[in-house]
Design a protein around this ligand. Structure first.
Ligand code: FA5
Length: 338
């Protein structure tokens, strides 16, 4: 019987089959158990001899089964390991991921710099009325300064905003001074494009209104902005300029040395002290709406800058039109963390 059991145990290909063999020999009604039970019918001497024999046989079979069980378990483990193995030398699957547009990231950086200085970030509509884009900003319909902003006109005298300045008026209409805001957003101009001009681009508008706000506050703020963008060595320069909604007005440029040791001045935007006519226009509008007049007599400064110019300087981009040509070979180079 031992021989037969050994063969069957060896042939059991898995744990289940082995269990069947075990039951067949050692189970309650198994071959060996049955022999043990039959001992009672024998004489004491015979029982002793036969009893020892059967017990030995039982131990032998038990041992064989345990050994086979260990073997099968090990084989199953190896098979599992083999099937789950990862070949780390295989080339990885490439999973293309998106990223924020470089200009979106610059606008986010700018908003962060100003948020740290206590500004609120607000947004406006790209579709505007002539009144907000021009008239309330001290640019009547006959004013030659309108030529500074070539406009895309929509039906009903509406237009695509040519700058983010209309939000100065809209914000003051609904909020009281003191206030500090920046307005990031898209603007549009009907003009021929070249390496530094697009017909759709972005601006970041800033407006601070309170009591005794001075040109020194404006200069300090722009200097802080330059350091936030380009590091502690950045410098700023102001040149007198004309914008109807500020007086005095200036253009500002930032000097910056890039990691390659090249440095230059970058004309970044316009700025100035809010013109009294702008405060008057806001108060007139507030009065029409039944709100108290509260801006005449206040002081404040405003600025507007172009993030595309910053990106061009920072990353050595030679032509502004690359930003919006949707060429992934260009945009992919600026992919950052989301
Ligand atoms: C203005 O639009 C004023 N609203 C700025 C301002 C705000 C002045 C508050 C005073 C007080 P300007 O047209 O210069 O100004 O545009 C501001 C900036 O936008 C420019 O310095 C430049 O960085 C950017 N910009 C202007 N036109 C274009 C264009 N076609 N393409 C790309 N960037 C432009």
């Amino acid at each position: 019987m031992l021989q037969e059991a050994r063969t069957q145990i060896q042939q059991a290909g898995n744990l289940e089959a082995l269990q069947t063999v075990k039951t067949h020999y050692l189970g309650k009604n198994g071959e060996v158990t049955r022999q043990l039970k039959s001992l009672g019918a024998l004489s004491p001497e015979e029982r002793k001899v036969k009893g020892q024999e059967i017990n030995l046989l039982k131990q032998e079979i038990d041992g064989l089964i345990s050994a086979r069980e260990a073997e099968l378990k090990e084989a199953a483990l190896q098979a599992k390991l083999a099937s789950e193995a990862i070949d780390v030398t295989l080339p990885a699957l490439s999973l293309p991921s998106g990223g924020l547009h470089i200009i979106t990231r610059i606008l986010d950086d700018l908003s962060d710099i100003f948020t740290r200085m206590g500004y609120n970030v607000v947004e406006g509509n790209e579709m505007e009325d002539d009144a907000y884009n021009f008239q309330h900003l001290n640019i009547p319909w006959y004013h030659p300064a309108r030529d500074l902003w070539d406009t895309f006109w929509l039906k009903d005298g509406r237009l695509l905003r040519t700058h983010t300045s209309p939000m100065q008026i809209r914000y003051m209409l609904e909020h009281s001074a003191p206030l500090k805001i920046v307005v990031p957003g898209k603007v549009y101009r009907y003009e021929a494009t070249d390496a530094t001009h697009e017909s759709m681009f972005h601006q970041l508008e800033g407006l601070v209104v309170g009591d005794n706000i001075s040109m020194a506050d404006l200069k300090g703020t722009i200097a802080e902005l330059a350091r936030g963008l380009f590091g502690p060595k950045a410098k700023v320069r102001f040149q007198p300029s004309f914008y109807p909604f500020v007086e005095p007005g200036a253009d500002f440029a930032v000097w910056w040395e890039n990691p390659r040791g090249e440095s230059k001045w970058l004309e970044l935007g316009g700025c100035g002290m809010v013109h009294p006519n702008v405060f008057k226009a806001v108060d007139d509008l507030r009065e029409q709406r039944g709100l108290p007049r509260m801006y005449e007599g206040k002081t404040g400064f405003a600025f507007g800058l172009g993030p595309e110019r910053i990106a061009m300087l920072k990353y050595g981009m030679p032509d502004i039109r690359y930003f919006y040509a949707n060429d992934l070979r260009v945009l992919g180079q600026f992919k950052g963390e989301l």
